[in-house]
Every structure is written in structure tokens, then in C-alpha cells.
Design a protein around this ligand. Structure first.
Ligand SMILES: Cc1ncc(COP(=O)(O)O)c(C=O)c1O
Length: 391
């Protein structure tokens, strides 16, 4: 029997990812034995530190393998509050915190409880691929704000003023940013906070790359800039990037009590608790004074410096100096290729995988991840430099 599967309307606007095609092809070539250099990774290439793994092993052996409270175990929520106070100067009580299955889940939860059908969400462009699709799933409207490479792709109040209207519910901020590596200064955040307070626009502050920040710059949390903006902000963070724990799926949000209570209700009836064992591992990570995050940062800084020095020598490709995260966003407009053609040809002709900027809202850019060893970066950059001369 032929069944006509009519999928829910909310899925109609969800776009397939063009990055998948490139990464799938890179994987296939690698499996066939080709010497592929991948600059596609969205996760640190370091292993999860042993003391974190050991905490998980102990949790399993102690039988900590059952349901937990759905918003997370009290000890972990307390440790998150302490972290938010110590690192970010933010005062949150445990009932304002919800632990979820990765920061991605926390972001989706926050959007689901805040954004109604047809309400608009301001998304500075270039953006992380999942933001607009999540807004679409909520049946809200992503309102992209074009930012300029001249301002390191950071959104300004003037940009916001042009796009904000009566239906605007929320602004998504991501500092340090994926894909641009930009980091907002305190003054820039203060101006954005003033604007959001005046217009009563909520802010979702995605701070997942907070610990990967270069040149001694400091990360600031917008929720810390006064009571009014605190009341409008949902702060999202997690352990994926800072502790190299992408597969463990632990992220969290902290926000006004009513929002946290709504997310808690949502999570009760959707996923329930994040993995009990991962929660114990996250607790060990947050409670420790281990310096593996700092060591990882030193490595990323070396790689950032190296990759920047190489791109300075490649005339046909421009770049935005990454101040945080582990990506460099490169301007390929002089090559006259669109980002998908650039990425496909580079993979076919030189076995180097990069992510087309089209996925992030800029078809004249590509994203290169330096979550790869210095040797791999060197090899990949040699190939890019050679290839760009040819095209
Ligand atoms: C900007 C940004 N936010 C959130 C996430 C999601 O992180 P998690 O692995 O904790 O879900 C990512 C992961 O790539 C990201 O780049």
C-alpha cells in the first residue's frame, strides 16, 4: 500500500545542510584511504581529560545509572551557579538553571518557551547554522541582521534598530562566535543591552566558546550588565567546547525564574534528564582546578597564530582575525567561486575539507576549523596556498 506521508507544517521551512554533503564526501575519501586534511570539525580535537572520564566510570560503578531530576542533579546545578558567579559575575540560584543534553538543546528549549508563531527573532548574520532552523521549528520568523566584515561581523545598535519592530521577541548573541571568531567588547555589549532593555527584547546569549578566547581578551556576559538586562536574558553555556566533552551532551541555561520553570516543564515532558553519568562527569569538570582547558587554549592560540600567518601570505583570500572559538572565516570573493564550488573543488583537487560559508549566511566566505594538529594545519595550508595560485 502506498502511503502519502504528510509531514507536519513546522518542518516545511527546515533546510537540509550543505555542509553535510562536504563532510560526508570527506569521510568517504578518507575511508577509501585518501590523505584528506579536514578543516571541517566543530569540536576540539583533544580527548576528554582523564579525571572527567574517571568520574564517569566511578558513577557507572556506583550504579548512578537511573533517572535523575529532569533539570539536573542538585550538586551539578549548584556547581553551575558557582561557575556562573566566579567566571561571569552572574547571580543565579539553582532553580534558575536547567541542565540539558548539550547547549544546542538548551538553546532549542529557550526558543520553544519564548517564541510564539510569527514572532521575530533577530539573528546577526553570519550565524551558527542551527539558529534559524530552530526558530523555524518554533514557527517564529528568523530576521537576519547583516553585519559587516569591517566591524568583524559584530552587530551594532544601528543594525538592530533597522530590523527590530513590534513583532521582535528576541535577539540571539554569540560571543565568541561560530563561524566568525568575533568577540564583543564590554562597551559593545553595554550598548546592545541598553537597546534591548529600551525595546524589551529578550536576549539569548550563547557563550559556549567562552573559554576559547585569544590575545588575553576577556569574555563578558550580557546578563551581568544590570538588573534590567538580567531579567531579559537567557545565558547558555555547556561543557562541550571548554572541556572537550562534545559527545557527553551536557549544556545548560540560566535565566529568570519563570523562563527556567517553563523550560523545566518542557523538559519534564520531552527528554527528561540529561544522561546521569555525564552529569557526574560535568560535576567533576566544573568542580576541579585542573588546567586542561588552559592547556587547550594555549594550543589553540598557537594554531590561530600560525594559520593567520599563513593566510597573510595568500593574496586571493582575506580573513577576519579570530579572537575566539577555533574557526577562521575567510573571504573567497576574489576567487570568483561561490562557497560550495570552492569547498567542492578544494576537496576534489587537493583533498582539503572546509565548510562553505553559505551554511552561515555568507556565500562569499568559507569556514576553516583549526581544531586539528599543527602538522595537519601546515599540510592543509600548503595545499590551499598551492591550489589558490592555480585557480
Ligand atoms: C555557536 C554554538 N552554539 C552551540 C553549540 C552546541 O553545543 P553543544 O555540543 O553543547 O550542544 C555549538 C556547537 O557546535 C555552537 O557552535
Amino acid at each position: 500500500m502506498q502511503i502519502d506521508i504528510r509531514l507536519a507544517d513546522r518542518l516545511k521551512k527546515i533546510n537540509p545542510s550543505s555542509t553535510l554533503a562536504i563532510t560526508a564526501k570527506a569521510r568517504k575519501l578518507k575511508a577509501e584511504g585518501h590523505d584528506v586534511v579536514s578543516f571541517a570539525a566543530g569540536e576540539p580535537d583533544f580527548d576528554t581529560p582523564d579525571f572527567i572520564k574517571n568520574a564517569a566510570i566511578e558513577a557507572i560503578q556506583a550504579g548512578f545509572t537511573k533517572y535523575t531530576p529532569s533539570t539536573g542533579i542538585p550538586e551539578l546545578k549548584k556547581a553551575i551557579c558557582e561557575k556562573l558567579k566566579k567566571d561571569n559575575g552572574l547571580d543565579y540560584a539553582p532553580h534558575q538553571v536547567v541542565v540539558s543534553c548539550g547547549a544546542k538543546h538548551s538553546i532549542f528549549n529557550a526558543l520553544l518557551v519564548l517564541v510564539d508563531r510569527q514572532e521575530e527573532v533577530l539573528i546577526p548574520s553570519p550565524y551558527w547554522v542551527s539558529y534559524p532552523e530552530m526558530v523555524n521549528l518554533c514557527q517564529g520568523i528568523p530576521r537576519f541582521i547583516k553585519t559587516s566584515p569591517k566591524n568583524d561581523f559584530k552587530v551594532t545598535v544601528e543594525d538592530l534598530e533597522m530590523q527590530a519592530g513590534s513583532k521582535t521577541k528576541l535577539l540571539i548573541l554569540n560571543s565568541p562566535s561560530n563561524p566568525t571568531g568575533c568577540v564583543y567588547t564590554l562597551d559593545e555589549l553595554k550598548a546592545i543591552a541598553r537597546f534591548c532593555v529600551e525595546k524589551k527584547i529578550f536576549v539569548l546569549s550563547d557563550e559556549i566558546y567562552e573559554k576559547i578566547i585569544f590575545d588575553g581578551l576577556k569574555h563578558f556576559s550580557i546578563a551581568g550588565l544590570g538588573k534590567d538586562i538580567y531579567d531579559l536574558t537567557v545565558t547558555v553555556n555547556g561543557l562541550s567546547k571548554s572541556y572537550s566533552m562534545t559527545g557527553w551532551r551536557i549544556g545548560y541555561l540560566a535565566g529568570p525564574s519563570d523562563i527556567a520553570a517553563a523550560v523545566s516543564k518542557l523538559q519534564d515532558h520531552s527528554t527528561s534528564n540529561p544522561v546521569s553519568i555525564s552529569q557526574k562527569a560535568a560535576l567533576a569538570a566544573l568542580s576541579s582546578s585542573d588546567d586542561s582547558t588552559k592547556k587547550m587554549l594555549i594550543e589553540f592560540q598557537k594554531r590561530r597564530d600560525y594559520i593567520v600567518s599563513r593566510f597573510k601570505e595568500i593574496e586571493k583570500i582575506g580573513f577576519i582575525l579570530p579572537r575566539g572559538a577555533f574557526y577562521i572565516f575567510c573571504d573567497i570573493s576574489k576567487t570568483k567561486l561561490d562557497s560550495l564550488a570552492f569547498a567542492s573543488r578544494l576537496l576534489d583537487e587537493e583533498l582539503v575539507a572546509v565548510i562553505p560559508g553559505e551554511s552561515f549566511g555568507r556565500d562569499d566566505f568559507i569556514r576553516i576549523s583549526f581544531a586539528a594538529s599543527l602538522e595537519q594545519i601546515q599540510k592543509g595550508m600548503d595545499r590551499i596556498a598551492r591550489w589558490v595560485k592555480k585557480i
